[in-house]
Design a protein around this ligand. Structure first.
Ligand code: G3P
Ligand code: CA
Length: 252
């Protein structure tokens, strides 16, 4: 479980592979998750949206255009339609015919591995009716609530996780400076804050930890930024290059 790790007591910064090992494999696909596992990531970060028939699928953008050979909005297609698409060849011909995974595919795959998971609800632009409940139900069904934290830029949505699923941790996501972030996180009983790298400072980590909130930082891909996140005692970081982050962590 991603419990609260107060600075000083932290064993080490948790390394989440951001959309899987997304520098070297197509983001949010099974090959990217496999590679993250192979590289020794502690966890996987992924983005979830709903299909027309309410199937949670793992894709970052609301539209299919950038990462598949389809066009249009994820929400306008059934899962059976989406699974015809190629979500790999935009990255490299090596990944041709890689499919958009369902949340179920990730959870089933993780059963033998038990990596930590961060499921980001991608509902800050499109508000998917029932997304919070659907994701929580899946996590419970696969007995994977314990090692998962749910996050969202949609802070109203995150409170809905709390309403019915007291066993699942959640965190607010933000890339913007916001003075109410810590008091609001405490108020809604979030476990942590997931912040954009530009917000990272010693002061913010100290303040969050004093308020019993963990800090996770996104997206750190260079040795300088990875080192800084570890040095400042972030409890977790998100990176497209988990192998690099793990190597840096080991060398420190
Ligand atoms: O959850 C951290 C990070 O993934 C948030 O930004 O745009 O990469 O989903 P984005
Ligand atoms: Ca994300």
């Amino acid at each position: 479980k991603l419990n609260l790790y107060i600075r000083g007591e932290t064993m080490s910064t948790i390394i989440y592979a951001h959309r899987g090992a997304s520098k070297h494999a197509p983001e949010n696909t099974m090959p990217a998750f496999e590679l993250a596992y192979k590289h020794g990531a502690d966890g996987i970060e992924t983005d979830v949206q709903l299909t027309k028939d309410n199937i949670p699928v793992l894709i970052h953008d609301e539209q299919l255009n950038r990462t598949t050979n389809g066009t249009g909005f994820v929400k306008d297609f059934t899962y059976n339609e989406l699974k015809q698409l190629d979500a790999g060849s935009w990255k490299s011909p090596h990944f041709t015919d890689t499919k958009i995974p369902r949340l179920d595919d990730l959870l089933a795959w993780n059963q033998g591995k038990q990596l930590k998971l961060n499921v980001e609800l991608k509902n800050n632009i499109i508000s998917y009716q029932g997304l919070e409940d659907i994701v929580c139900q899946k996590l419970n069904e696969y007995k994977m609530a314990k090692q998962t934290v749910i996050s969202s830029f949609n802070h109203a949505s995150i409170t809905k996780v709390n309403d019915k699923n007291v066993n699942i941790d959640y965190a607010l996501l933000t890339g913007r400076r916001n003075r109410t972030l810590i008091p609001y996180s405490k108020k809604i009983k979030a476990k942590g804050i997931h912040i954009g790298y530009r917000l990272l400072s010693n002061r913010l980590v100290t303040l969050a930890n004093e308020n019993k909130l963990y800090v996770a930082v996104y997206t750190v891909n260079s040795p300088i930024t990875i080192n800084k996140a570890i040095r400042l005692g972030c409890q977790a970081l998100f990176t497209d290059v988990p192998k690099l982050a793990i190597d840096i962590k080991k060398r420190r």
